[in-house]
Design a protein around this ligand. Structure first.
Ligand code: 4NP
Length: 153
């Protein structure tokens, strides 16, 4: 079973949204997967989902009301097969903190979406547009899941 960690700056908006949507999608598609999310920063550690993300997930029938933001830890690099940042700032942070030999498991979320490879998932903390973020995350779900399934040992 593949293990996947989504990463953003605060772990209250984008990466938990990706976590919830991917978990639901993989279950729907019958592909077993371990999914989690974490922050590059310590700013929101212990805090609940941003209400905008909670609303998007609720609308999708996903309850993550008990979730608390956390920062990425050293052991995550061992545990996860894929570490997927939401934007290129997160990518730079992760690449600079990756233990030797683990950089290859990092790729931005939209890097697998045809026509959007170089784009970032916009941060609704700043844009206020949680629907736009959800739509881009949804666009990536089938591409990532196909990859996880194809690369299953
Ligand atoms: P996220 O959004 O990285 O998608 O969770 C943010 C959450 C919090 C902050 C910035 C972005 N902040 O400045 O606290």
């Amino acid at each position: 079973m593949k293990r996947v960690l989504f990463v953003c700056l605060g772990n209250i908006c984008r990466s938990p949204m990706a976590e919830g949507l991917m978990r639901a999608y993989s279950q729907e598609q019958g592909v077993p997967l371990v999914v989690d999310s974490a922050a590059t920063s310590a700013w929101e550690v212990g805090n609940p989902l941003h209400p905008g993300t909670a609303k998007i997930l609720r609308q999708a029938g996903i309850d993550m009301s008990g979730m608390q933001a956390r920062q990425i830890r050293l052991e995550d690099w061992q545990k996860y097969d894929y570490i997927i940042p939401m934007d290129h700032d997160n990518l730079t942070d992760l690449e600079s903190s990756a233990p030797a030999g683990h950089k290859a498991k990092v790729a931005t979320y939209l890097s697998v979406v045809p026509g959007k490879e170089a784009q970032d998932v916009p941060d609704p903390w700043y844009t206020g547009d949680f629907n736009e973020t959800r739509d881009l995350l949804q666009a990536g779900l089938p591409y990532w899941l196909a990859k996880f399934r194809d690369e299953q040992e």
